[in-house]
Design a protein around this ligand. Structure first.
Ligand code: PLP
Length: 375
């Protein structure tokens, strides 16, 4: 049996075009992009071209892109960098109840430093109500950070509406777009965001690279101090190879038509599961405002991890953790108010550019067979 990968929200394979773009930097263009001689030229030129490609995907300017080591670093830089830069102005941050740990962690750290964090709730589909964001704003609010799309259930947040509110109040808005880049439109001006996070390995680039978009004029303190790389916002000699990879991946991500094929496969999978399991499965996440590749399904009366363990060869994720017989719901499902007995049966299937119809059909069949026999 061929293994079936349905965990693209966890990580994507590197696209061949991306790998090919990286190759010359393993052998030829070894120079330090900051050097002033011939050996720097290839690396420097490629670095800046890549920055332009990342910016183009977001409808941004090149100088608004900071290369990072990934989504976690970009989120940390956004939150800590803005909080530190604006600490004289205020000490209050607003975020949502369904953020990734790469937002939750920095928020908790900032709380230890004396900042205050308000967490706005989500509805049963995992969506924030912009009025709740508005209601949480105080005279001390300096930053709002709400993810664009959720990694577990795929729910897409009303970022443009939150952006209008943030702008009215003169508050900066960051969005963690690690999961949305390459799946839905992520134009920073349409979204009305001042900062936006990209994670390379979610968009067919390698692990170890990401970017933070920072709108011109946004005050930000670096996390890493040192020399003047990345316009003084992140010290450390840039990896032209990784930047080029992200640039190539972002160029490919411009074509959202590929995601319509993925959406159709996702719908096919859902229909097949419904045909087999009927009332014994429930969709987690928003029926419409959802990433085209994500299907989070609860198998009622089952434990997600146990189901996955039995469906050998199918790689997918479960948000619920089982410790010594006690099953703990993922914080995202908990925030959505999903009942524990339903939430523990949740499995996240996430499709990608490489997913085929045969794989979907085989995965659905395996689930049907396994759960027909499993106790
Ligand atoms: C929504 C979201 N934000 C941030 C991250 C962290 O990105 P990275 O793994 O590149 O640090 C992830 C990865 O799972 C994610 O899904």
């Amino acid at each position: 049996m061929q293994p079936i990968y349905l965990d693209y929200n966890a990580s994507t394979p590197i696209e061949p075009v991306v790998a090919a773009a990286m190759k010359p930097f393993l052998q030829d263009h070894f120079g330090n992009p900051s050097s002033g001689h011939w050996a720097a030229v290839g690396a420097k030129t490629a670095l800046e071209a890549a920055r332009g490609l990342v910016a183009a995907l977001l409808g941004a300017e090149s100088d608004e892109i900071i290369f990072t080591s990934g989504g976690s670093e970009a989120n940390n830089l956004a939150l800590k960098g803005v909080a530190w830069a604006l600490k004289a102005k205020g000490d209050h941050i607003i975020t949502s109840a369904v953020e990734h740990p790469a937002i939750v962690g920095p928020c908790q750290f900032l709380e230890q430093l004396g900042f205050r964090v308000s967490v706005v709730p989500v509805n049963r589909f995992g969506r924030v109500d912009p009025d709740d964001v508005q209601g949480a704003i105080t005279a001390r609010t300096i930053l709002i950070s709400i993810m664009h799309a959720n990694n577990e259930v795929g729910t897409i947040q009303p970022i443009a509406e939150v952006g209008r509110i943030a702008r009215e109040h003169g508050i900066l808005l960051h969005t963690d777009a690690a999961q949305s880049v390459g799946k839905i439109a992520t134009d920073v001006n349409n979204l009305g965001v001042d900062l936006l996070t990209i994670a390379g390995h979610k968009v067919y680039a390698p692990k170890g690279v990401g970017a933070l978009y920072v709108r011109r004029g946004t005050p930000i303190e670096p996390l890493v101090h040192g020399a003047g790389h990345e316009a003084g916002r992140r010290a450390g000699t840039e990896s032209a190879m990784l930047a080029v990879a992200l640039g190539a991946a972002c160029e490919l991500a411009q074509d959202l038509a590929a995601m319509e094929v993925v959406r159709a496969l996702r719908e096919r999978f859902w229909q097949q599961l419904q045909a087999v399991f009927g009332q014994r499965i429930v969709l987690n996440g928003h029926p419409e405002h959802r990433l085209p590749n994500t299907l989070n399904v609860s198998f009622i009366g089952r434990i997600g991890a146990e189901v996955l363990a039995r469906v050998e060869g199918v790689a997918a994720s479960t948000g619920s953790a089982c410790h010594t017989g006690h099953v703990k719901l993922s914080p995202v499902l908990e925030a959505m108010g999903v009942a524990p007995e339903i939430g523990i049966g949740a499995i996240r299937f996430s499709l990608g550019r490489g997913t085929t119809r045969e794989e979907i059909d085989a995965a659905a069949e395996q689930l049907a067979n396994t759960l027909a026999t499993a106790v």
